[in-house]
Structure formats: C-alpha cells, structure tokens
Design a protein around this ligand. Structure first.
Ligand code: ZN
Length: 285
C-alpha cells in the first residue's frame, strides 16, 4: 500500500484521536486523502502519509543535517538504556495508545515500537523536516504529523501515555489529552548530561558549561505532586564518527567559539556521559 493510502486508512481508523486544530471540533470523516471537521476544515494527507496540522509555517530550528545526525547517533544505541527505562514505565505496551510530543526524527518512538509498543501511536513535531524524516525512515511505526501543542489537534482523553523526551511541555494540554489513569513520562537532562562535551566546549564559561534542571523538575512536581522520578546514568563510548554526529546533533555546539570547536574537532572525546531524570506522573481517575 502507498504511504498516502496507509496514512488515510490510519486516519479512518483513528479519527477519534484527533480534533480540528482550527475550531477544536471532531474530525467527522476522511474524504479521499483529506480529513474533514464538522465545520468543513480540510487537512490533506501528504504523499509520505503524514498530516500537516499547523496553523502557520513550522519552526525549523533543527536543520536536516542535525536531524540526520541525531538519527545516526540514535541508531548506534546512544539512547537505548534511557529508552529501556521509559519502556518499563509503560503499562500494557501491547495496547497502549501513545503520543510522542516533540518526536523529532522519530528514532525514540521507533526503538520503543521495536521493543513492543503495539497500540496506536502518534509522533508529532513542529518541525516539518523532522516529520518528513520520521515518515521516510519509520513509516509503519506510527502516524507522523506536523503539529503544535498550542493549537492542539489531539482529542480529549484519547491517550494512555504521553512521551515527553527532551522536548518542551504544556501540562494543561497533556492533562486534557490523557485518559484518566494515563501517564506522562518526561525525560530531562541532568547536570552531568554530556558533561565532557560541556567541559570541552566551554572550559572558560561556567554559565554555558553548567546546567541545572531543578526548575523543570520542580515545575513537574508542582503540577503532579504524586510524581515519581528516577535517575538514569551511563557512559557511551564514542568513535570519530559517532563523536561528529554528536557534535552535529547537540545545540551545545551552537554557542561555542571557533577556537573551542576547532579544539574539539582535533581532540574527539572517547566517551560521554548520559545522565537524565525520568519524571513519571499518572492522571487521576
Ligand atoms: Zn474545524
């Protein structure tokens, strides 16, 4: 089946997971390769089987090269231990309906699918390039769409799990789209995350070298006082290739001086620390 056909069929079967981002009404039907709401707003499925649900042009702060590097690095297993931990928190993976918020180029949801997520899955991102890459590489894993949580195209009480991995949050919206008893699983970097790279790039600049997630964690606990948290810490061995992918992937390199970048290129790191906090909250029943 062509991707556009498969995408349209998915929408027919899972129309109830979405709402019109313009009027917030239900999508009433799928006509050909378009989904249509009660007020006649149309959204067309693309050739790649994706849906573009943004009101205006998306932000593309992450370029294609950066997204490809992230995929390449993800393929090496860079994130697997932390994703294994995420997976362990998903109840009934064989049937859970999952929304991956800010899914990027789709590698995380792909890995979790390989591990055993078998329910309906939607990955979305505000970046069109990211969604195109996700649909190119991981089409059957999930329905991929370009969307913005601020103009949410997702239906109320539709999801068992929200994945929020290294991406911004909108808790009010999470709460609205989660089913009662559903879970938010958020991953945030810790102070030690990529510490070797911070030290290499910002040896002379403590404000850029240091990172503190306390505000983010505190905010999560303000919203979800019964949340649980877990720290995941491991070291990843790097070779010249994976090091260059890491450098291309991370926003850390954006603010570094030419000298620091040249020094880094001449002295590739042999390993790097992955240190994150997993925050898990359950919506009241
Ligand atoms: Zn509408």
């Amino acid at each position: 089946m062509k991707k556009i056909e498969a995408g349209s069929l998915y929408l027919k079967q899972h129309r109830d997971l979405f709402q019109c981002p313009i009027c917030k009404g239900d999508f009433e039907k799928v006509e050909g390769h378009s989904v249509v709401c009660a007020n006649g707003h149309h959204f067309d499925v693309s050739k790649k089987g994706t849906l573009h649900l943004l009101m205006k042009g998306g932000q593309n702060e992450y370029g294609k090269e950066m997204l490809s590097s992230r995929k390449n690095l993800a393929d090496t297993g860079f994130f697997f231990p932390l994703l294994d931990d995420v997976y362990a928190h998903i109840d009934k993976p064989e049937s859970a309906t999952v929304l991956d918020v800010g899914c990027g180029e789709g590698s995380h949801l792909h890995y979790l699918t390989e591990k055993g997520l078998k329910g309906a899955k939607i990955g979305f991102d505000i970046s069109k390039d990211a969604i195109q890459l996700a649909a190119s590489n991981f089409f059957p894993d999930a329905f991929w769409c370009v969307a913005d949580l601020a103009h949410s195209p997702f239906a109320e009480s539709a999801f068992d799990v929200i994945l929020n991995i290294f991406s911004p949050s909108q808790y009010q919206e999470f709460d609205r789209v989660l089913k009662p008893g559903g879970k938010v699983i958020k991953v945030v970097p810790n102070a030690q995350y990529l510490i070797e790279l911070r030290e290499q790039l910002y040896a002379l600049d403590a404000t850029k070298r240091e990172y503190d997630n306390q505000q983010v964690v505190n905010r999560f606990y303000d919203i979800y006082p019964d949340a649980v948290s877990e720290e995941v810490l491991y070291s990843v061995a790097l070779d010249a290739q994976s090091y260059s992918w890491l450098m291309e992937m991370t926003p850390l390199s954006w603010g570094a001086s030419e000298t620091a970048l040249a020094n880094a290129a001449a002295n590739p790191l042999k390993s790097v620390t992955v240190a994150v906090t997993l925050l898990v909250a359950t919506k009241a029943i």
